[in-house]
Design a protein around this ligand. Structure first.
Ligand code: PMV
Length: 321
């Protein structure tokens, strides 16, 4: 079996994080500028079933069998092999690298899972359909986050903009013109599960207020879908900024994130908001035909540790992995 490789993009939630956990719709887009990559090399002469894993970014170099059975990499490899009905694969070494910021709301864990499934199934000569890749990655997200909505693994597995509502079929969105996003990292790592748990406690303490917030965010997601599909990006920007205000009310923003959002808006962005679980991580700004450089510079001046500019193209590039 020859060596093979695969990769998967990062993601950004444009509208609807947190409310999506409570069955409201949300919109997410893939970010191809940063990716998780997997390379698989056969270990010639080694006995079948010998699987070695290397992930230099997290100082991991181990035999698969020596990882805890609940380790996310062990779970994704074991579940992929069992889906394919392969108990003893030929010996191989799997190497994972990623340029996606970790714990920053860009879906790094889901991207690694999707890249591993794609790499492994290609290596074994049995590539899987997107929906199966998606459901394998979703199981691993549960180890990372407890009760993930599934939006991260879905947008990354399909590698297209999506309209997502928990437990409903994923809807792929088609953009009439390119969308430019500037993503700025606060440099503060945040735990998705503790942010999601915080929202849950506050919801339990004051359900009517939080249900209202979730409803408002769901309405913004529906309006954003219309704006996105009809190319009304200045309207989309306003809806994103409105969404940020509701996330502030929900208690998941921080001073650093608010500062980055304001810097983007004051330098000409059409809209800006925190993206992902908040508490740190990234903000996303929607850029029109002007001011891209000004926005990038003012985000850096406002404390961004890394700025990524990415374009979502109208027609899928066909690059799925
Ligand atoms: O993993 P993050 O930080 O991109 O956050 C995921 C988005 C949430 O809505 C906060 C959680 C979820 O499961 O959808």
């Amino acid at each position: 079996m020859p060596s093979t490789s695969a990769s998967a993009p990062a993601k950004i939630i444009l509208v609807g994080e947190h409310a999506v956990v409570y069955n409201r719709p949300a919109i997410a887009v893939p970010v191809n500028a940063v990716r998780a990559r997997v390379a698989i090399h056969p270990l010639i002469g080694q006995p079948s079933g010998n699987i070695q894993i290397s992930a230099p970014g997290i100082n991991l170099d181990s035999a698969l069998k020596d990882l805890d059975i609940h380790h996310p990499l062990r779970v994704i490899i074991d579940s992929t092999l069992s889906t394919l009905g392969i108990a003893l694969p030929p010996a191989f070494k799997l190497i994972i690298t990623s340029t996606i910021p970790f714990a920053a709301g860009m879906g790094s864990s889901a991207a690694v899972s999707v890249a591993v499934v794609r790499g492994l199934t290609n290596f074994l000569g049995h590539p899987l359909q997107n929906d199966m890749v998606n459901s394998l990655a979703h199981e691993v997200e549960k180890i990372h986050h407890g009760t993930p909505s599934g939006i991260d693994n879905s947008v990354i597995a399909y590698n297209q903009p999506i309209y997502f509502c928990k437990e409903k079929p994923v809807e792929l969105l088609h953009l009439p013109t390119a969308l430019t996003l500037v993503i700025a990292d606060s440099g503060i790592a945040a735990s998705t599960s503790s942010l999601v748990n915080g929202v849950r406690s506050r919801w339990q303490a004051n359900a009517p207020a939080y249900e209202r917030l979730f409803d408002q965010i769901g309405e913004l997601a529906d309006l954003s879908r219309q704006a996105l599909e009809s190319g009304e990006y200045s309207n989309l920007g306003k809806l994103m900024t409105e969404n940020h205000g509701l996330l502030v009310s929900m208690g998941v923003s921080t001073q650093e994130l608010d500062q980055l959002v304001n810097a983007a808006l004051n330098s000409g962005a059409l809209g800006a908001k925190l993206t992902g679980s908040g508490g740190g991580g990234n903000i996303v700004a929607l850029v029109g035909s002007n001011f891209k450089n000004e926005i990038e510079q003012s985000l850096t001046a406002a404390g961004a540790k890394r700025v990524i500019t990415t374009q979502i193209l109208p027609i899928s590039s066909g690059e799925n992995y």
